[in-house]
Design a protein around this ligand. Structure first.
Ligand SMILES: CC(C)(COP(=O)(O)OP(=O)(O)OC[C@H]1O[C@@H](n2cnc3c(N)ncnc32)[C@H](O)[C@@H]1OP(=O)(O)O)[C@@H](O)C(=O)NCCC(=O)NCCS
Length: 192
């Protein structure tokens, strides 16, 4: 299992511990999280702590050859847990992965650039440390904050999964986004 540890200007990205349990449970039980992030039917009752514990146990005990790196997002000054993410479907032969990211239940932490700061560090980690060539993300058409987040950080919409998910009683599209190394390198060059 690869463990990631990255310090940015305001954040520390590091592995989950047992201390993530209540935060994860509160986040999974937040209706918005399900809405923007999941394709399961809406929950009829809150997810019990024991179920979240099993998910966390899986995260904490990934096998050494797992194709996924999970991380928690903490504030650097207070160590408060404010979000989580994953680098998933890591494929070293084809040098690609897919990203997931969320700032969790506490809306006070949204709209402050924490997700962007995280994403920039994770993109650099994927290209520089993991030596990948392509980073993908899938985003529902109505997830405007996530679309802004990924587009602001250089991702391009490359495709549409038409009528992919059933939300609010109708079928909605999902978008496929990607950032490839050559685009990122030319952006970094342009930023200098
Ligand atoms: C997607 C998600 C992570 C985006 O979070 P976010 O806080 O909107 O994203 P950012 O960190 O990029 O913050 C951007 C906002 O902070 C503002 N901001 C304030 N201070 C900032 C700073 N120092 N640096 C950068 N932006 C800053 C930006 O202007 C921007 O404002 P806007 O929302 O009016 O455009 C969040 O909405 C979320 O957790 N959603 C639920 C889970 C989810 O949908 N995940 C993605 C699945 S594909």
């Amino acid at each position: 299992m690869t463990l990631l540890h990255i310090t940015t200007e305001r954040l520390v990205l590091k592995p989950h511990t047992q201390n993530s349990l209540v935060w994860l449970n509160t986040t999974f039980n937040n209706p918005e999280e399900d809405y923007f992030n999941g394709d399961d039917p809406p929950r009829e009752s809150p997810e019990p702590l024991e179920v979240t514990q099993k998910i966390l146990d899986r995260i904490l005990n990934r096998p050494p050859d797992a194709d996924i790196i999970d991380y928690a997002i903490h504030k650097r000054d207070t160590d408060e847990l404010i979000g989580c993410g994953m680098i998933a479907h890591i494929n070293h032969y084809n040098r690609r992965c897919d990203l997931g990211i969320g700032l969790g239940w506490n809306r006070d932490n949204w709209g402050k650039g924490y997700a962007s700061e995280t994403l920039q560090a994770i993109i650099a980690y994927c290209f520089n440390e993991l030596n990948l060539n392509r980073i993908g993300a899938e985003i529902y058409e109505f997830n405007e904050r996530s679309i802004r987040l990924f587009e602001r950080n250089g991702f391009r919409r490359e495709g549409v999964f038409r009528q992919y998910i059933f939300k609010d009683g109708i079928f909605k599209d999902s978008y496929s986004y990607s950032l490839v190394r050559e685009d990122w390198e030319s952006q970094i060059g342009a930023d200098r």
